[in-house]
Design a protein around this ligand. Sequence first.
Ligand SMILES: [Zn+2]
Length: 443
Amino acid sequence: MANRTVTKIVRQYSAATVPSEVMEKLQAVANGYCAVKNYVYQRYGGIRSMGKLHPVYTVQNEMTKTGLRKALGLSGASFYPAVFEALVDIRNQWNKEKHIVGKRIRENEAFSDADRHYLRFLLSVDVIFAAVLNRQAFQASEKIRERYEELSRSVDAPRLENYLRRQVRKVHAKPKAATTDFFVATMDGYRYADHGIYLATTERRKRVFVPLTDNNRYTRQIEVRLFPEGKRIELRVPINVRIREHADYHAELGLAMGMRVMLTTHEGNTYGEDIEKYHQNLTAWMREEHEKYQKNHLANPGRKKYEAEKRRREEHLHSYINKEINRLLRTETPRTVCIMKFPQGNRRYGEKSVSYSVRSWQRGYIRKQLMQKCKENAVEFVEVFGKDIGIECSQCGGIGSRKDGMFTCACGYSVPEKQNVAQNAKKRGLIPAKRDIQNQRPG
Ligand SMILES: [Zn+2]
């Protein structure tokens, strides 16, 4: 079990205002990166290309031959990561769609078990799936071929294959157009030096220099995020950190997340009691600034100061959240952490909008950090289904009521509301059917 690692994203920041001529050169790279991804989406994202996504080096060779890289002036350090990323997006898209089609197959009452079996088989073997979509013969191992023949014998195969094609046509979409606010570069595309980083541009041998706030140097593929409005950039570097195993971590911990208190345990211990203060400090100020901006944005000289101050307040909030999660793990020494699963919002924390729900964004950040820190400390992170978790009595299973932060049940049980939720989370975490394990304890 030695040397097990987990990926963690570290961030680096530009130290000073990024001059607009530097920003423009980086934006040209980001535009090229985006164009490559869109090209790949177009060329390989269609139904007929389903079978052409493997092997990756074939796609890479085909992409090299297009001449697109030279036309865009992009270095290979960013061109190939763009191709690769787009292929991953396409594959993820297919997985989502297969999932939807699979659900329709399960729910279609007109099908016999043999029909379902056959359709599921078509969905699960990529070569066959691609062949069906393209109405072509497939080449596969003898084992797969035998299985195919065995399953198809007992069904009306042409009819089912038509059904599958129809469903795929209904749900299939190419991935959405890429955005132009970032690009990825392999080690050939950058060099750390002089308390900053030199980044390749679309002009040969003309790198731009951006001073950084730290002197750390990494040797990984980095993501360069551009914030032209704030005249800054951010580097995101995936690094491997060693998992710390704690022999003394043994508790099964139930947790509830809240606005007033960040996390409450099943025993009623609380972490992040000042979160509201930090949160207010950020949101009240943002709203105020937003109003000022709405009133006289014509006269407004720029948003640079605003961005810097917002970042400062955000970092303040984030470091508080992280500090409290660390304290929780140290104090509670959990082996397993159980918490309610909440719907994942797709909305990203935008630079522009103030009207987004800070509430849901912050919840997402806390969850992400809790999950990451559990991973880093070899703690199992279990999400449980949240239906009725707030009103169900953790003692008798009956339905109770909530008032003024207290939960009360007819059985006589009365406890702070969040503590009851945490107890239910723990309880549900021990029932396999109610678990959704994010990361398993090793060994
Ligand atoms: Zn009860």
